[in-house]
Design a protein around this ligand. Structure first.
Ligand SMILES: [Zn+2]
Ligand SMILES: [Zn+2]
Length: 193
């Protein structure tokens, strides 16, 4: 039996990564590719992806695929305090086992092939596998809860909007002991300071 090169490449029409599981050579094969913002719509709704690269090592046994993936993402997001565009860099890796969808309803433990530690299992249809959603899931999980342009960011003045990193303003400092007291005054007496 001759081993043909695995086809696992970007499909320009459908942005699916295709591969034919039975054509992965026994020793496995590595693929590297970039993902465009359009291929990461859920991530793009939250951050601006500048460059997302991925390296995947695929090993196949019949139709079962073991994937080891490493990704590297350069992203941009506004600072939570001053709104300045701030760079984020995320790296990580994940493993995935892909099985053909007809095995989805196999009774658990039926053929003993799926052990409990193989938690990262998903199913594919036909011979197309789109890895973008998996990478997107990882990146969304790893987005920091807070994005700051620097740890000492002073933010914007809540009254006049001045970026306090650039210069201070003449607004009265909000009371830190009773943060809502001033707001209450503003609402009941809009002209009073
Ligand atoms: Zn900031
Ligand atoms: Zn101000």
């Amino acid at each position: 039996m001759s081993i043909r090169p695995a086809t696992f490449c970007r499909d320009p029409q459908s942005v699916l990564m295709r591969f034919k599981p039975l054509e992965i050579p026994p020793e496995g094969k590595e693929f590297a590719f970039d993902l465009s913002p359009e291929e990461l719509p859920r991530l793009s709704a939250e951050v601006k992806p500048l460059r997302v690269t991925c390296r995947v090592f695929v090993q196949g046994m019949q139709e079962r695929m073991r994937l080891k993936s490493e990704y590297n993402a350069q992203l941009q997001k506004p600072c939570d305090q001053c709104l300045k565009q701030t760079s984020l860099s995320l790296q990580g890796e994940f493993n995935l086992t892909l099985l053909p969808s007809y095995m989805d309803n196999a009774p658990p433990g039926g053929d003993g092939e799926i052990s409990p530690e193989m938690a990262d299992i998903d199913y594919y249809d036909g011979n197309k596998i789109n890895l973008a959603p998996y990478i997107e899931d990882q990146l969304i999980l790893e987005l920091p809860l807070r994005t700051l342009c620097n740890p000492d960011c002073k933010g914007l003045c809540p009254l006049c909007g001045q970026d306090l990193n650039e210069k201070s303003c003449d607004c009265e400092e909000p009371s830190t002991s009773r943060p809502f007291a001033q707001l209450k005054n503003l609402i009941s007496n809009p002209k009073q300071e």
